[in-house]
Design a protein around this ligand. Structure first.
Ligand code: CA
Length: 228
């Protein structure tokens, strides 16, 4: 899950980036609205955590630009304490949720999971897929009801694929959701994670789509295919 964090306060930004990274998110941190707007044009993010009070272009403008371009990426805005007006403007401009500073990191993570769930149109946090379950809230994945200890990126990759059942995801999309800019990534890192997931969950789980990337079949389609 890749998050764009836009926050000009060094201490707060550092704290949120470190915290979210520990929770398994790939976090890119920008400190002003101009570069955030640019990044949103160029790259795929799963979520945006957006401070409103930014130097230069403010957060509200960043948000308005995104929505004007038709972006549906969930946005959680960070507002300074006691500014109800900011929250209302933010929500009206297309924010999906807000938190007032100071806030609790666990709550921020819970809210991001809720946003992710809503944008994936799921009612509950866990995804069930045949004999697999994966729950981003508890960070537990199971196979035949037995919990598997998946490393952070394998977990994130499996979640991304299962959230997008029936849709082919490009290598670039998948890598972008696993790694932030400042991480050095081996060119075959994604293939290694895919290989490991296939070893754990069976080779048939993840299909290679030549020239595109990878996908997991929709559950009902996959069952039909097995029944044939
Ligand atoms: Ca600020």
């Amino acid at each position: 899950m890749r998050v764009l964090l836009v926050e000009d306060d060094e201490d707060l930004g550092k704290g949120v980036k470190t915290g979210l990274t520990q929770y398994g998110y790939a976090v890119d941190w920008l400190r002003d609205g101009e570069s955030a707007s640019q990044a949103l044009k160029m790259e795929n993010f799963d979520m945006v955590v957006l401070d409103l009070g930014l130097p230069g272009m403010d957060g509200l403008k960043v948000l308005q630009n995104m929505r004007a371009k038709g972006s549906l990426v969930p946005v959680l805005i960070l507002t300074a304490k006691e500014t109800i007006d900011d929250r209302i403007k933010g929500l009206d401009a297309g924010a999906d949720d807000y938190m007032s500073k100071p806030f609790d990191l666990d709550e921020l993570c819970a809210r991001l999971r809720a946003l992710q769930r809503r944008s994936a149109e799921r009612a509950s946090s866990a995804i069930e897929y045949k004999n697999i379950t994966i729950d981003p809230a508890s960070h537990v994945a199971t196979l035949d009801d037995l919990p598997l200890n998946l490393p952070r990126r394998e977990f994130a990759l499996l979640l991304k694929l299962l959230e997008n059942q029936g849709r082919a995801l490009s290598r670039e999309q998948l890598s972008q959701s696993l790694y932030s800019w400042d991480e050095d990534v081996d060119s075959n890192a994604l293939e290694v994670h895919i290989h490991n997931l296939r070893k754990k969950f069976g080779a048939a789980l993840i299909r290679t789509i030549r020239g595109v990337g990878y996908m997991v079949e929709k559950a009902d389609k996959a069952q039909e295919t097995t029944g044939e």
